[in-house]
Design a protein around this ligand. Structure first.
Ligand code: ADP
Length: 472
């Protein structure tokens, strides 16, 4: 059986900061079902949630880093409800302050994860290099391939690098290269990268791995363009032929639902009545448009969304927002609660509340996802599961999961006008038989991990073969 090590900064439910944690927590479970033996390795942060799970120390590693010898204790546990081994790397100096928003003043995030990369490689060596492939995720794991090469040469496992979000790159100081014991001239890619004064960890991961994938087929095509790939587009283009996309799945067990595609009508109606009372919305039979998101102005389409909220109300709809993030945008949206003419039809909730999120998914008719870019996006998949039809910008994973007029609505150009015209199409469909069949289609669309895990298995096999062929 193929043996894979998945390296990442987080794994839900043990360490979860964002969507990446969900992916790393669900993929190995699904891989286990298709016959891939996947282990996970993450830093052991102080706030790791281990509850009463068995955790035991399995070995000690010695990591030379920054001119010092550092001890790393390797702890082992199981991913809850699975047979998947999770290895937690413990080191007070580098990892004790990670895994939350605030980091130690003297240790940067890039230093922390460069140390992590080094420790992962030592861990692979301590396991007698029994892994067929190391699956690296995002910038936190960007140096692993180089370090594996240095330590094991061609005997190293094959490497796959997954891009979850290209805009987070992990730019660190040039000294990091010295810290891990790499000298000028040893790696052409590193020499070239640091010539502009910093080390870009995602760039290293992308350029040095045997193969690269992004978290949706469309995002994989987008990032080779200047518009989406920005300063890395040319570099990524250089990897065409060794670049693919696999859509993330979702773990449906995380999203409780007490209705299905056969009996959603009455259940959704009563959720809607409850939430309208709770959020003090006029209790009319109006279409409800929801927006649940991190308020990130670069990504989530806040500028085109805020302009159309009055139009939604004017057209006889209601708007519900649940989100936190950028302070300025929190304030911009909060003002809508007071705005004349919108009373009783707008409810802006600036908080992070998973239970309320699930209630809103169940109660709403439409879910707005106007993101400027979206590598994969889970929100539209969750919305469909709850029978809330997504209205999405045709980018990245949104394009790959929503079919206009079938299980949601989509618009092509990023503008308020195009978003509004999709919203108007939704108004037309509201309350018709077509709406019923679209809801049924949405609820039946399968985004479980099973399909994607099989694609990862096939990709792993391909990458291992390519790596083997490279030294014949
Ligand atoms: P991203 O990873 O870019 O934030 P995704 O669509 O992949 O976007 O995932 C967002 C996840 O975060 C969803 O599960 C969504 O329900 C949840 N979420 C976002 N904002 C909130 C909030 N304010 N309260 C509760 N859950 C939220």
């Amino acid at each position: 059986m193929m043996k894979v090590l998945i390296a990442a900064s987080e794994v839900a439910p043990i360490v979860k900061l964002g969507g990446l944690g969900d992916v790393i927590g669900s993929l190995p479970k699904a891989l286990e079902k298709v016959g891939v033996n996947a282990d996970v390795v993450v830093p052991f942060f102080d706030n790791a949630k281990l509850e009463d799970r068995d955790v035991y120390k399995s070995l000690d590693l010695n990591i030379p880093f920054g001119g010092e010898n550092n001890q790393v204790e390797v702890y082992k546990t199981k991913l809850p409800g699975t047979n998947v081994d999770v290895f937690l790397l413990k080191n007070y100096k580098y990892f004790s302050k990670g895994g939350r928003e605030a980091f130690a003043n003297n240790i940067s995030e890039t230093e922390m994860f460069t140390f992590f990369d080094m420790a992962v490689v030592e861990y692979v060596k301590s396991e007698f290099n029994t892994y067929d492939l190391v699956h690296c995720n995002d910038w936190h794991t960007g140096l692993i391939t180089h370090l594996l090469n240095d330590e094991l040469g061609l005997e190293r496992p094959a490497t796959l690098f997954t891009i979850h979000n290209l805009l987070y790159q992990g730019k660190g100081g040039v000294d990091l290269v010295k810290d891990v014991g790499i000298y000028p001239g040893e790696h052409r890619l590193i020499d070239w990268d640091v010539s502009d004064g910093d080390l870009n960890l995602i760039l290293q991961g992308i350029t040095s791995s045997d193969y690269v994938n992004a978290v949706s087929p469309t995002y994989a095509r987008e990032i080779v363009t200047q518009e989406f790939g920005k300063e890395l587009s040319e570099v990524i283009k250089g990897r065409e032929g060794r670049l693919t996309g696999i859509l993330n799945g979702i773990d449906y067990s995380q999203f409780p639902r007490n209705y299905d595609s056969g009996n959603y009508t009455s259940a959704k109606k009563s959720y809607k009545e409850d939430i309208q009372k709770e959020l003090k919305l006029e209790n009319f039979r109006k279409p409800t448009f929801a927006f649940i998101s991190r308020l990130d102005a670069n990504q989530k389409g806040l500028d085109i969304l805020i302009k159309i909220v009055p139009e939604i109300v004017k057209n006889g709809g209601q708007f519900v927002l649940l989100g936190t993030g950028d302070k300025e945008w929190e304030a911009n949206f909060a003002k809508l609660n007071e705005k004349e003419g919108l009373e009783g039809n707008v409810s802006v909730n600036i908080k992070f509340d998973v239970e309320l999120a699930n209630q809103i998914y169940a109660a709403s008719d439409f879910l707005l996802v106007p993101s400027k870019y979206e590598p994969c996006g889970l929100i539209q998949m969750i919305g469909m599961w709850y029978g809330s039809l997504p209205i999405v910008h045709e980018v990245g994973g949104l394009k790959d999961s929503v079919t206009d007029g079938v299980n949601g609505f989509s618009f092509d150009t990023y503008s308020s006008g195009r978003l509004l015209s999709a919203v108007q199409r939704a108004f037309k469909v509201y309350g018709t038989h077509l709406m019923d069949s679209m809801i049924e289609n949405a609820m039946k669309t399968d985004f479980s991990w099973d399909k994607s895990a099989l694609e990862y298995k096939i990709l792993y096999e391909k990458v291992v073969k390519l790596h083997e062929e490279s030294f014949i």
